[in-house]
Write a protein that binds this ligand. Sequence first.
Ligand code: GRF
Length: 219
Amino acid sequence: MRIAVLASGRGSNLGALIDAQRGGNLPVHIVGVFSDKPSAPALALARESNIPTAHLDPRDFAQRLAFDLAAFATIAKWKPELIVLAGFMRILDPRAFEPWLGRIINIHPSLLPKYPGLHTHRRVLAAGDRQHGASVHFVTAELDGGPVLAQVMVDVRRGDTEQGLAERLLPREHALIVACVDQLARNRLYWSNEGIRMDGQPLACPLVLADDGTLETRA
Ligand code: GRF
């Protein structure tokens, strides 16, 4: 499956996808990496990995929608079959990604529907939650609000800091995004008009990442 990745920063989720693909464990071709930040380390990582890159600077556009349309026009040239938002830190205008509905996913560091938006680790600690995690969802007009494909959980420990919690979650995020892209690439998991389907069956609730890196239905 041809995938394009959008990233604004560090690019560790991109790195996980590249490593899995190189290791022969992920049947994808990463056709391009797009960023809204010319200096994003994710772009440097893509270049080092000989993956085509593109970036556009939002400051060069008078309106948000104009930037978003230009971004998707750029991405469309790579002819991706799936677009993966992996740390892409801009809110996109739904009019720009409407043609991609059902073919665009995002990884978000919380157990959605809890904590859409920013500072999720801080908010989990402030609320005294015992469990945290990450979600992969289809992108829709609602911010971090589209149907969730799969989640991974981590326990919140006594004395956890925002940074400590983020560091503990990150490798699990990597496994989650790789597992989701894998299942999408194998056409086992897909969006249908009636909701997400797994092996042809409607998914009643999000899949859960097991310790061995596979996705399981919730017991
Ligand atoms: C991840 O925590 C992801 O869930 C969130 O932004 C972060 C991106 O990290 N959307 P990286 O750029 O992939 O390292």
